[in-house]
Design a binder for this molecule. Sequence first.
Ligand SMILES: *Cc1c(COP(=O)(O)O)cnc(C)c1O
Length: 448
Amino acid sequence: MASRSHRLRQDDKRYVWHPFTQMQDWLRERHPIIERGEGSTLIDVDGRRYLDGISSLWVTLHGHRKPAIDRSIRAQLSKVAHTTFLGLSHPTAIELAKALIRIAPAGLAKVFYSDNGATAVEIALKMAFQYWQQRGGSFRRKTRFIALEEAYHGDTLGAVSVGGIELFHQLYRPLLFPTWRIPSPYRAPWDRARRPDPVERLEALLRRQHDQVAGLVMEPLIQAAAGMLPSPPGFLKAVRSLCSQFNVLLILDEVATGFGRTGTMFACEQEGVTPDLLCLAKGITGGYLPLAVTLTTQEIFDGFRASYGEKKTFFHGHTYTANPLACAAALANLHCFQREQTLKLLQPKIALLRRELKSLRSLSHVGDIRQVGFMVGIELMQDRERGEPYPYEAKIGIRTILEARRRGLIIRPLGNVIVLMPPLSIASRDLSRMVRIVADSIVAATGG
Ligand SMILES: *Cc1c(COP(=O)(O)O)cnc(C)c1O
C-alpha cells in the first residue's frame, strides 16, 4: 500500500496542475490523496480518515455515498448516461425542472441547464443583456451591470467581470467588460472608518444611470468566497426594491447559499425576495456531479419568443447541458430534503454550531466569527484590538488548515479566514469535534 501511495503522489506531482494552488509549494509538500468517502468522512489512500469540514468545497449535503443518490445515478446509468438537450429532451431533466420550480421562490417559471456555477452566472448575464436588446427602443441602451465589491461569481471571464476580489480578479482587468460597483454591505467590527451606505450609493447610481443598466448581480445574505461576509438584515430587500423601481433585473447568485446552506432552501426566502434570474450549482446534486441551473421568469422567457427569422433565440448551450446522470443525482438530492426533513433537522445543528463557536472568541488571534446557517468564516488577526491583519506571506490560513489536517479534519481557508461548511447531515458530535480541532489548530498556528 505504501508503495502505491508513493507512486500516486509522484505521478500527481509529475502530471497534475491543481486549481487555486501555488504549485511550487505543492511540489514540496505532502497532501492526502482521497480515495473514498463515507457520510461526513473522507478516507485517503493510506487509510487515514478525515472529517470533511468543507463539504468537498461546499457541495456535499447528505454525506458521501448517500445510498438514495447512489441508487438514483445507477438507475439512470442503466438507461442512458448522456443524450443531448439540443433539440431533444429526457425524462429526468423534465422531472427535475418541475421539482425545482416547485421549491423555487414564487415567480420563477423556467429552468435553463448548464454545468457549473460560473456558467450559470454567464447565462444569467447574457439573458439579461439580450432581454433588453430584444425589448428594443431605448431599452437597447441597457447594456451594463452593477456588482458588489468583494463579489465572487466564478472564474470565467464574464463571471470575473462582475467579480470584485482584488487577489483573484485584478490581473485580468484588461480582458473584462466594465462594471459599476457598489460597496460590500459587510462591516468588520474593528472598522471604524466612515463609509458610504451601499443602499444610498446604489440609489444614487441608479438615479443617474438606470437607463444603461441591464442588471444587478449579487450573492444574497453572505458574500462567501470573499471570506464569509454577511449582509445586514434588510439589505437584499432594499436592493430588490430599488431594482424594481428602476427597471433593472436582479440576478441572485445562490451557487454557494442554495440548497439549505443558510438554513432555508434558498437564502433569498429569508427576506421574501424573488429575483428575476436565480443561479444555482454547487449543492444541486448533493455534491455528486457537475450541474447548474439558471432560473428565470415567464416574462424574460417570453422576451425570447419570436418567429425563427427574428433571431431572438438564446444562442447558448453546452455539450453536456442537462446531463442525465447529474439530473438523476439532483432529483435524488431534492427527494432526500423532503423525505428526511433535512431543513428541520438542520436548525438545532445550526444553534449547536453557534454555541460551539463561542468558545473560539477567547483565542487572542480570532478577530471575527461570522456565521450564516451552516456557513462559517473565522477571521484570524495579527492584532485584533488594532485591527491589524496577518500579512499575506504569513500564510496563516494555510498553516492553520495543515494543523487541522494533522488532527483529522479537512478544511480550506480563504486568505486569513478559516472556512467551515460541514455537510448538512453531519452528526452533532462530529460538529463539536470539528470546532474543537479548529480551536486546537488555531492555537498551534498562531501560538495562542
Ligand atoms: C463557487 C461559486 C461560483 C462558481 O461556481 P463553479 O461551479 O466553481 O464555477 C459562483 N458563485 C458563487 C457565489 C460561488 O460560491
